[in-house]
Write a protein that binds this ligand. Structure first.
Ligand code: FES
Ligand SMILES: [Fe+2]
Length: 458
């Protein structure tokens, strides 16, 4: 049963109906209000986080029937689950009685959810199961309106689960489009083309969510903002060119590039900087405690094959950014969750190798132990630099009289930004072309009238 939403967003629509989006988002600059205005933020929850495919979680987080995790679709609390029949659903985490959240845990396993307030209980299909002392009610509880509302469209791409409330959204593969190529390459590097999501680094910053998305492919800031990380990785006398050292010198002449792939998605490919040989990726991994011991044990055990195994423990040098809230960075899944116009969660999920058919000869635990170390590096020593920038941008943007934010690096230089037959736009690594392109898509979505619906079990 589908329900068209109507009055729900009418008020937020009215609040921004006189905004001139073409004035706020121009070719070379955007207005500060898109980061600071609560009315725009409220409209984004409909036009962006309601209307496009939003990443919710990975199938490995709800591997078995009845497993659930709690997440968000914009501001909407969601229970993402695999029901008792095995179907993946995204239920609104909201009791149909008086509206409280039904589930307050991060994850677990449950065939039904009992509301903590007055004890109504719901099956994990969303259907109302029972109401305490029903003789006090004159209504028919078989009416579908008492079943939990859920997101009507939930689909996976190779294990990554996305959802949208928009009945008119394109199919998920169509929405992802050419960005599936780097996603496939990232997955196919893993044995069996699979990963399992493990625990997370949870960070929060006082800034707008788009500041993180603007930065997700920004190759311009690296050597300046992450100087301490680069120095730490390269300070030992016997190591050189570790981590993101390829950004030193002249990054626009290095063999890396950014690509804008439509629907707001973009890709930073730094892989051409890495020597194409087994062990080439491991060779640039920054030093961390215990790594030599692990590497030597693997080399003793596996001989020359150890190099490929070590590459699996290393961070893949890509930023694959799927608008609006999902990135694959190194071995991480990074998820952005807007909380308010000036507050955002950034969660870095680690990923583990799964070796179902034993192709790794028993090395899988060693790889995952090393991989966990390599995954600690960036969120702890790099992401903090980025979050500090986002918070300071938000502070700077409080200067109301200084209105514009520029993203014109690369614009107007003949031959610098190229578009291929498929519409993929490429530019040098420090270019802001991806920002200009995604924000055009953002503007298109803010002007559009999406048809949002929820579903309930009949
Ligand atoms: S609010 Fe859930 S049972 Fe009352
Ligand atoms: Fe950064």
């Amino acid at each position: 049963m589908l329900e068209r939403l109507n009055t729900a967003s009418a008020r937020t629509e009215r609040a921004v109906e006189h905004y001139d989006w073409d004035e706020l988002v121009q070719d070379d600059r955007v207005h500060r209000l898109i980061y600071t205005d609560p009315a725009i933020f409220a409209a984004e929850m409909t036009h962006i986080f309601g209307a496009v495919w939003v990443y919710l979680g990975h199938e490995s987080q709800i591997a078995n029937k009845d497993d659930f995790i709690t997440v968000r679709l914009g501001l909407r609390p969601i229970i993402l689950l695999r029901d008792s029949q095995g179907r993946i659903r995204a239920l609104f985490n909201r009791c149909t009685h008086r509206g409280t959240t039904l589930c307050r845990r991060d994850k677990g396993s449950a065939r039904f959810f009992q509301c903590p307030y007055h004890g109504w209980s719901f099956l994990n299909t969303g259907k109302l199961r029972s109401v305490p002392w029903p003789d006090g009610y004159a209504c028919d509880f078989k009416d579908a309106k008492f079943n939990v509302a859920q997101v009507p469209r939930v689909e996976s791409y190779r294990g990554f689960i996305f959802a949208t409330l928009n009945a008119d959204a394109p199919s998920l593969p169509e929405y992802l489009g050419p960005i599936t190529k780097p996603i496939d390459e990232w997955l196919d590097r893993q044995p069996g083309g699979k990963i399992a999501v493990c625990e997370a680094n949870r960070l929060r910053y006082k800034g707008n969510w788009k500041l993180a998305y603007d930065n997700s492919g920004d190759g311009y800031h690296v050597v300046f903002s992450h100087r301490s990380l680069l120095e730490m990785e390269n300070r030992q006398a016997d190591v050189a060119n570790k981590g993101m050292s390829y950004y030193r010198g002249s990054p626009d002449n290095a063999p890396m590039y950014m690509a804008y792939m439509g629907h707001g998605h973009h890709f930073k490919d730094k892989r051409p900087n890495i020597e194409k040989r087994a062990g080439g990726l491991w060779a640039v991994e920054g030093p961390h405690p215990g790594m030599e011991h692990y590497a030597e044990a693997l080399r003793r055990r596996f001989g020359a094959e150890a190099e490929e195994i070590l590459d699996l423990a290393s961070s893949e040098p890509v930023n694959i950014n799927v608008f609006p809230n999902f990135s694959l960075l190194g071995n991480h899944i990074q998820v952005f969750e807007p909380l308010a116009v000036d507050e955002t969660n950034v969660t870095w999920y680690g990923t583990a190798v799964v070796d179902e058919d034993g192709a790794l000869g028993g090395a899988v635990d060693t790889i995952n132990a090393l991989r966990m170390r390599t995954q600690e590096q960036f969120p702890n020593f790099g992401e903090v630099d980025d979050l500090a920038n986002f918070e300071e941008i938000q502070r700077g943007l409080a200067c109301q009289e200084d209105e514009w934010v520029y993203m014109h690096r690369g614009l107007g230089i003949p031959g610098r930004v190229k578009t291929d037959e498929a519409g993929v736009i490429t530019a040098p690594a420090t270019d802001e072309a991806f920002m200009r392109e995604y924000i055009k898509e953002w503007k298109r979505l803010m002007k559009a009238t999406p048809k949002l619906v929820v579903q309930r079990e009949p």
